[in-house]
Write a protein that binds this ligand. Structure first.
Ligand code: MG
Length: 243
């Protein structure tokens, strides 16, 4: 076997979604590390990933990429960090936020609450109804949006207005959409490993188009594997790397 790294998504791949990984999985990954290099690539931040994979997550795996690699650790050492603020700069960021708030102010929907833009390290989350609406208001907005295309229209306007900013818009969930720079999906982490390995395997559960594993699964730089859950991940890895 040449120099091989195996990268794993977290939710639905190493653990049940939003849950902690089980002891048998943690032990299995240590077995696997005797044969290949093991890396983790999750969309959540480091704190959340450590809650799921254990407090020793930075050192228990050869590479740990949180926020898809915006925060990159190798053997417990911080390799690099990236952020939306650093990438876009304050002027572009402000122009985008100002315009988006103006558009939200003018959109006609049954109710509006608060927190229309949530600023995160690697993305903006934009919600026309506002993130601090109640569950009932959330359900009502989702229904209204399906009929009137509120999010779709707003995304189109922003795409046109900021065509030169190099942004990806991802509509998901009930009330919002995410905005982040092109390429800040899980393929972002590949820059830290592509020069050092002959084969890069990737395991993920949402490898279909529109899923958060799609880009890295489809990347010509990786050998992609779809898993149905932690048990299946272990089974496939045993067959591929331990037999
Ligand atoms: Mg997943």
């Amino acid at each position: 076997m040449g120099k091989t790294i195996v990268l794993f998504d977290v939710d639905g791949t190493l653990s049940e979604p939003r849950k902690k990984s089980k002891q048998d999985m943690r032990e299995f990954l240590q077995e696997l590390r005797k044969r290949v290099t093991v890396g983790i690539v999750g969309g959540s931040d480091l704190k959340k990933i450590k809650e799921q994979l254990g407090d020793d997550a930075e050192t228990a795996y050869d590479y740990l990429f949180s926020e898809n690699g915006l925060v990159a650790h190798k053997a417990g050492q911080l390799l690099a960090t990236q952020s939306l603020k650093k990438h876009l700069g304050e002027d572009k960021l402000k122009a985008f936020i100002n315009f988006t708030l103006k558009e939200i102010a003018e959109v006609e929907i049954p109710v509006k609450r608060g927190t229309f833009i949530e600023f995160r390290n690697g993305m903006l989350n934009v919600s026309p109804v506002g993130r601090n609406c109640s569950q009932e208001e959330r359900d009502a907005f989702e229904k209204y949006d399906a009929e009137h295309g509120i999010r779709k229209d707003l995304v189109e306007k922003l795409k046109t207005k900021f065509a030169d900013f190099g942004l990806t818009f991802s509509v998901g969930g009930q009330i919002s959409f995410d905005v982040f720079p092109n390429g800040w999906d899980k393929t972002f982490c590949l820059q830290f490993v592509e020069k050092d390995f002959d084969e890069i395997h990737f395991f993920g559960d949402k490898t279909y188009k529109g899923g958060n594993d799609y880009e890295i699964f489809e990347s010509p730089k990786t050998i992609g594997h779809t898993t149905t859950g932690p048990e299946d991940t272990m089974k496939q890895c045993r067959e591929l790397f331990l037999s």
